[in-house]
Ligand binder design. Sequence first.
Ligand SMILES: [Zn+2]
Length: 394
Amino acid sequence: MKKTDTEQIRLANKKQIIHYLRVHGPIARVDLGQALKLSPATVTAITSELQQEARLIEHPATTEKTNTRGRPRVLIDLAPDAFHVLGLKLSINELKMHLGNHKGQVSDEMVIDLDTRALSEEGLFDAIASAVRRFNASVPAHKRPKALGIAVQGVVNGLNGEIIWSPALAVRKVPLKHELEQRIQLPVTIANDANCLTMAIRHQRRYQSLTDFAVIMLGYGIGMGMVINGELYLGHHGAAAEFGHSKYYPEGAQCLCGKRGCIEAYVGDYALYRDASALFPLSWDNSLHPTEDSMQVLVNKAESDSKELRDLFQRAGRVLGHGISNLIALLSLEKIIISGPGSRAYHLMEAGLMTNLEDSLVSDLIAETTIEHAAWDEDMTIKGIVVLALEAID
Ligand SMILES: [Zn+2]
């Protein structure tokens, strides 16, 4: 075996151990080795290295849990304060920042309101750089972030860190990573919000056995993240997987991307609100971005008295089912998880979704893939971008 191969294997093992500790720690070394099928020698070598880098802590041995020889186990974990990263979410008219520690735990929120659609390219670079400086000044020196992760609504090239298009911005093709790294002198990672959600889900204990799955994020737009062979799949050009802009009907409803008939143009919050306003007099104060409250009003009305609205959500479910059936036929994934703020209406879409799936695919194909709704109780995109920023410097 060449030396470079050995080094590659060592780095891959180290990455696996860090991921496992981030998700499951604290844990005994012997259990870590068994879970990852790594030899005791490998676990000892890598955990010693992490200890030398001051990235590992040992918890006091517990007396209740003992190994077979009766010795108390020492539990190890990532040291939460070994270093910190900054997670920033860029959405329409808002920059939201959180500190993430080495374990991936999130704290210290700061929100800056600004008219994002009025920003030039330079204006955007300056706004983010000054937001990062403000955040830095608000935390003690030992918590100053070592890296920045930016979650963006829209289409992003995760490989070169370019924002291709975002509903939050009037400018397109913005080389954000390159320009910001010059200004703030920190490594910058950029991902779209659906990939961030996917990374957050990949770090939840109950999904650890999955290696091939997709997460569909319903919300203002429709995004998707895909994990293939255990890794986030960005595609050859870095902008996979734009499920929301795959087509339902080529000459169909207008999509915000500029084309017609995308899945998002039927299922996104803005599309549902637009189509509902053709049925009822609705406030258009915030038509660019219907608020959570405005969307909840539609859900309540559909549940209580409006058959037309129920039909609208059912149609959204059928369009979603159409897209999902293509996904299943093409990729044969283990699981498709549906989440995001727009999944507040999942119960109104589910029957339409399932009907379309059953109509589109032979049952043998569907049976292999499970579809699950994961409730959106908190904004998981921040957690995901923190993890991506950590992994960039792990
Ligand atoms: Zn589109």
